[in-house]
Design a protein around this ligand. Structure first.
Ligand code: GBH
Length: 468
């Protein structure tokens, strides 16, 4: 008699992509080689005091020179897809003007290597490494000129790679580079000492000014979608990869789920909601004095250019909500101190967010297709036994998260792929090399790569297209 093992029951739909993800600044290194211009992250990380241990991405994983080895590793891990980002200042050293042939040639070689290994390339066009020239000359995303330059660059890349790259994500995590880079937060660290946490370019704009930056970012997204459709071959598929803030209901009943939908729509008003609805909510327009953003109806149309898919970076619940009879129809639930976390200070643990994120997005906006463009966790590693690298917490995390994602697909939510962050340990922004997210361990002295226990788990899950 046959026994239904978990793997037989907990299968994903046929054709589901088992991907891994990285970004240019976090792995490439070669920061000033072959004509690449500096990015705001080069500048930010070269400024003492911004990054843990004053680490930087000058060498990082040296992926620029080791991409063949890295593609082999991805194939060994069983990845069917790879989400990488193109470094804008490699392709346009000054952000605009003449393209740098050697820069685009690198991605050309990478894409060929991926296809030869049977791995589908998915390209992200902006993962935060803005050309420094655009920051210096027009104030980066504070100016509409940056949105225009982004669209020109996106059109050029899709024209050059479009015969082989069929899927593009315009922008990665709007809130992370807009809120982090253009405002940041002051945090109390013991006693009265206050530390400013941020991201490149490290500005401190007002709430009202920030709304204009958000507007230029979503406008840049929409203009890039149009440019890719104009320059790439017919059938090219386009979306964004956003870190949606997910309101998680504590009870799965219609009134609680409706409250979570209202809350999720409201808290994503400056990014996902306007990109998928083509209008700013009245509540959002009234925020911060109501004078910003300044925009036209034509721009709203561009921002809401129809998409082929929505990409969601999902690590943690945004927060929890319950219904309320008073406006806005939901109430935030405080999170108590003993709620479990993963290694990163921000990383609240709730695997169910991999179920709720796509389900709420489907209920609210019903996109044709959804990808989980990032999920994963920072973790320490144990190398104690037989020279092998053990990361049992990551295995726990992945199995639980993918179990919830499988639950969503089994209920008909159209999720067509999952990209694990990350293919390898890499430069984790403000944490430098002090926080490891990889399926593959990287020794940052020798740059030797070694797959972890979690890589064995991923390979088997991908092979069976199921939670194992
Ligand atoms: C993603 O960023 C990035 O796309 C990727 O480059 C990065 O390496 C990866 O995840 C792992 O961190 O409001 O509590 O969420 C996520 C980075 C976004 C995490 C902003 C912290 C702010 C605190 N972050 N977030 S919170």
């Amino acid at each position: 008699s046959t026994v239904n093992t978990g793997a037989e029951i907990r299968r994903f739909p046929d054709g589901f992509q088992w991907g891994v993800a990285t970004s240019s600044y976090q792995i490439e290194g070669a920061w000033d080689e072959d004509g690449k211009g500096p990015s705001i992250w080069d500048t930010y990380a070269h400024t003492p005091g911004n990054i843990h241990n004053d680490d930087n991405g000058d060498v990082a994983n040296d992926h620029y020179h080791r991409h063949h080895e890295d593609v082999d590793l991805m194939r060994d891990i069983g990845a069917t897809a790879y989400r990488f980002s193109v470094a804008w200042p490699r392709v346009f050293p000054d952000g605009a003007g003449a393209p740098n042939r050697a820069g685009i040639d690198f991605y050309d070689r990478l894409v060929d290597a991926l296809l030869a290994a049977g791995i589908e390339p998915y390209a992200t066009l902006y993962h935060w490494d803005l050309p420094q020239t655009l920051q210096d000359e027009v104030g980066g995303w504070q100016s509409k000129d940056t949105a225009k330059a982004f669209a020109d660059y996106a059109g050029y890349v899709s024209g050059r790679l479009g015969d082989r790259v069929k899927h593009y994500f315009t922008i990665n995590e709007f809130a992370s580079f807009v809120e982090g880079g253009y405002q940041g937060v002051d945090v109390k660290v013991g006693g009265d000492e206050i530390v400013h946490l941020g991201a490149a370019p490290g500005l401190r704009l007002s709430d009202s000014e920030l709304k204009q930056v958000r507007h230029h970012a979503v406008l840049g997204h929409g203009m890039a979608v149009q440019a890719i459709r104009a320059h790439g071959p017919a059938g090219t598929k386009i979306g964004f990869a956003d870190n949606i803030r997910v309101a998680v209901p504590t009870i799965d009943t219609p009134d609680h789920v409706a409250a979570a939908e209202r809350a999720t729509r409201a808290r994503n008003a400056g990014f996902m909601t306007v990109m998928l609805e083509g209008r700013y909510t009245d509540e959002y327009l009234a925020e911060a004095g109501g004078r910003s953003p300044v925009f036209t109806d034509e721009e709203l149309g561009i921002i809401a250019e129809p998409l082929d898919f929505v990409g969601l970076n999902v690590y943690k619940p945004g927060w929890y909500v319950e219904p309320s009879d008073e406006a806005p129809g939901y109430r935030d639930i405080p999170i108590n101190a003993s709620h479990p976390r993963m290694q990163s200070s921000w990383h609240l643990l709730d695997p169910e967010v991999l179920y709720w994120a796509p389900r709420l997005v489907q209920n609210l906006w019903n996109p044709p297709s959804i990808y989980i463009t990032e999920n994963g966790c920072g973790a320490s590693d144990v190398m104690a036994h037989d020279g092998r690298i053990y990361d049992s917490d990551r295995v726990m995390f992945l199995r639980a998260c993918l179990g919830q994602l499988q639950r969503a697909t089994s209920e008909g939510v159209p999720v067509h792929g999952y990209f694990l962050w990350s293919a390898q340990d890499n430069f984790e922004w403000m944490d430098g090399y002090g926080n490891r997210f990889g399926l593959v361990y990287v020794d940052f002295d020798t740059l030797e790569r070694t797959p972890k226990l979690s890589a064995s788990w991923f390979r088997e899950a991908a092979r069976r297209n199921a939670v194992v």
